[in-house]
Write a protein that binds this ligand. Structure first.
Ligand SMILES: [Zn+2]
Length: 376
């Protein structure tokens, strides 16, 4: 964060030369959007980011007038949306010194959208600061990333994640550490695993796949379970988001009121509701895909643990196994198969992930994978 404080000092001492485009990178859960938001708060706060004033609270709540918050809902962020954003970002701040655009998941920009974005960050409005977030710098086209100052966040060690869970959420240390290892540094996921019994049981069901997939029949059954588990989890997530949005829309159109203009308002609402439902549908697709992908990464981490054991890693060697809480299964698989076959299995999982991004039907792609897992 020294780059950040340096930039802020530059601002405070009036030296100017503020960088107008920043790129926050780090794997999911590394807190890149949290860091970007803290930076936005620091830029907008009259006291340099005190965390307590109305401005800081508004940034946290996403309601600050000089903060444009972009969170792509769907799988991609289109050129039309980006042009609208660029137009709004060209304005002046209403109160403070900066107009901050915080663009989460900027890697979801389509190529055309990235080009529209490029123009805006090449010649930024004098008081506009762009904060882009992406898993890695390579996820953005070269032309865009070369114009950004890159802030790379690393994954925190399991011990640190566990400490947060223990101190902030009151999770017993042993349990917190196991959850932190299983979540591989993803704080939010570690917290869910430690505090949400359903999330923990979904993980258990994912990790049952290597044990289950021994021949064709069980492999196909395991595939069906894996896809269904991911879909169930995605459904929980989207439902929590969908209904409040629909309710807010109904309120905005004053549903239930009577009088002149109601019929017209109702027609307007039908259109807006259709738009909202389209957006929700596209978000549901994205959440479903992301959820299945994280289940596959979990599975890959399981085989990576197996590979570590096959290469002689043990608890004394200081190698941290993500699934130390499933040590028996790991050992059994490690001793009953060869490292070559473990590598082939990991490759099968990675191929499945790739096919899913190419829109292959999830069940089909996952079945192919579990059959490869069974084959070894
Ligand atoms: Zn403040």
């Amino acid at each position: 964060m020294s780059q950040l404080s340096g930039a802020l000092r530059g601002r405070e001492s009036g030296r100017g030369g503020m960088t107008h485009a920043w790129l926050f990178t780090g794997p999911p859960g590394s807190g890149r959007s949290v860091a970007a938001r803290a930076f936005a708060a620091a830029l907008l706060c009259p006291r340099g980011g005190c965390g307590e004033c109305p401005s800081c609270h508004q940034v946290q709540a996403g309601t600050h007038a000089d903060l444009l918050l972009v969170r792509p809902d769907g799988l991609s962020y289109g050129v039309k949306q980006t042009r609208d954003l660029v137009l709004r970002a060209a304005g002046s701040p209403s109160g403070g010194r900066w107009l901050v655009v915080l663009f989460e998941d900027a890697d979801r920009c389509t190529e055309a959208a990235a080009n529209a974005l490029l123009k805006a960050i090449e010649e930024p409005a004098p008081k506009t600061v762009w904060l882009l977030c992406a898993p890695s710098a390579e996820d953005l086209v070269t032309t865009v990333r070369s114009r950004c100052r890159v802030m790379t966040l690393r994954v925190p060690p399991s011990e640190d994640v566990a400490r947060v869970l223990t101190e902030r959420d009151g999770v017993p240390h042993e349990m917190a550490l196991a959850a932190a290892r299983a979540a591989q540094g993803h704080v939010g996921r570690a917290r869910r695993l430690a505090t949400d019994a359903e999330a923990a049981s979904r993980r258990t069901s994912v990790l049952r796949v290597p044990v289950q997939a021994t021949s064709v029949g069980p492999a196909l059954a395991a595939a069906a379970t894996l896809v269904k588990t991911a879909e169930d989890e995605a459904k929980v997530v989207t439902e929590q988001l969908d209904e409040p949005e629909r309710e807010a829309l109904r309120q905005a159109f004053g549903e239930g009121s009577t009088g002149k203009g109601v019929a017209k308002a109702m027609r307007g609402m039908a259109g807006a509701m259709k738009d909202l439902e389209d957006r929700q549908k596209s978000r549901a697709t994205r959440v479903k895909r992301d959820t299945l992908d994280s289940a596959l990464l979990e599975l890959a981490a399981f085989y990576r643990d197996v590979l570590m054991l096959q290469f002689g890693a043990d608890t004394a060697s200081g190698v941290e196994l993500a699934n130390a809480d499933h040590l028996d299964e790991l050992r059994r698989l490690a001793s009953s198969s060869s490292p070559e076959s473990t590598l082939r299995r990991i490759q099968a999982i990675m191929r499945c992930r790739e096919r899913l991004t190419l829109n292959v039907a999830p069940l089909l792609a996952v079945e192919e994978m579990t059959l490869s897992l069974a084959q070894g």
